[in-house]
Design a protein. Sequence first.
Length: 232
Amino acid sequence: MDMSKSEREELLKLFEGLRVADVRDGMDWNMMHGYGSMSYEIRPLFRTRVIGIARTVRYLPYEGSIPKMSPEEYTEWVSWYYNNVCTYPWIEDIQPGDFIVIDQSGVNAGLMGSHNSLEGFRRGARGYVIEGGVRDTDELILQRIPVWSRFVSQAMVQGRLRYDAKDIPVSVGGVIVHPGDVIVADGDGVIVVPRNMAYEVAKYARRELNNDKIQRRKLYEALGWELDDTVK
């Protein structure tokens, strides 16, 4: 992903504090009404807000057969599978500020769980959005690892998924995501901002947020409510 550190920092700063709704408005102001918003079926595990730079990866259904074997043999086969079929080479590429966008072809498996998501988080990933499943959700919530996914899955990946490619355009939640796009996600879902439109979108998104704060602050004051960070 060809992006300098300074450009990454500038993009992240531009969208800091913006809500998904604000960014949706910013896209509309740039005549992008039909683009950017992922399907409402892509939902967060818990309410949080994340802004990041898209790092993309794709997995495909596994087409091979699963040999009949003993549990001991299966343990060895699983190790082979993770090392040769369903690998995670993109984790080593993660840079601080990345938002990991995964197309796993909708396969019912938990590609990301409590351990590998935490390793990506340690390397600087801000969150994950997955066209597919996630598992170990109790631990993910406890660890506060932000994840948006189409569903929760109990299944491991062996015999179900294989790694295909990284740093390519992927389709997640009905949106084509390119490496380097800006991803904003919160309780309202996920929105994708094309890198080449980020500055104009952020400009009008910020205007909408500021207008909303002004108007809601007036209502807070009329109600006698204590001001919070959403209106300051």
